[in-house]
Write a protein that binds this ligand. Structure first.
Ligand SMILES: C[S@@+](CC[C@H](N)C(=O)[O-])C[C@H]1O[C@@H](n2cnc3c(N)ncnc32)[C@H](O)[C@@H]1O
Length: 175
């Protein structure tokens, strides 16, 4: 099943977990940030950019409750992701990229950003992320041109440094 979800900014996020089809795809092990999740006691994760569901799967496997957001509905989610959805550890939300995807009264220990890697979008994603009072903001593809300057700016603003949590995956701790 292929499905694209749209969300009006004033509408509630669309939760479509019940329509996830069975998948037989393997998770991408590069996205295993489970050690970081466990070592830092991270219990709640908001992910921007679900993709195949690999990072969300590894966060859930490490014991976090994950809400993951994408702008499109894909069929290619990995099997582990689907199982964690079925267990209630992952919730998938399809939302517009232009607005905070969830009510900003919610709080998350980690907001993990892995969207388009376009500079303006990464900056927007960080502005959304901050509204959820995160203890950490994480970034995949941290060395890329659309992500690295945003990490630099955030570190300068928060007066903190980045830590490597995976292959080209960085996290910045909130002050
Ligand atoms: C590199 S993939 C994410 C990979 C994923 N973290 C994984 O482990 O499989 C990028 C995803 O971000 C989604 N995306 C792009 N712009 C977005 C945005 N502004 N908000 C949410 N998702 C976005 C794309 O549709 C795509 O599925």
């Amino acid at each position: 099943m292929t499905r694209i979800g749209y969300q009006h900014p004033s509408a509630d996020p669309v939760e479509i977990t019940t329509t996830i089809p069975l998948g037989d795809y393997k998770p991408d092990t590069r996205m295993d940030i489970g050690a970081f999740i466990r070592d830092n006691g991270i219990k709640t994760v908001l992910e921007l950019g679900t993709g195949s569901g690999s990072s969300a799967y590894y966060c859930a496997l490490a014991g976090a409750k994950v809400i993951t957001v994408d702008v499109f509905w894909y069929t290619r989610r990995n099997q582990g992701f689907i199982e964690e959805v079925e267990k209630g550890n992952i919730t998938l939300v399809v939302a517009s990229p232009d607005f905070p995807p969830l009510p900003t009264t919610l709080k998350f220990d980690l907001v993990f950003i892995d969207t388009s890697h376009i500079l303006a979008q990464t900056e927007l994603d960080v502005s959304f992320a901050k509204q959820y009072s995160p203890k950490w903001i994480g970034f995949d593809d941290a060395s890329t041109a659309g992500v690295a300057p945003v990490i630099d700016k955030l570190c300068a603003e928060w007066g903190t440094s980045r830590v490597g949590i995976g292959w080209d995956i960085m996290a910045v701790k909130a002050p």
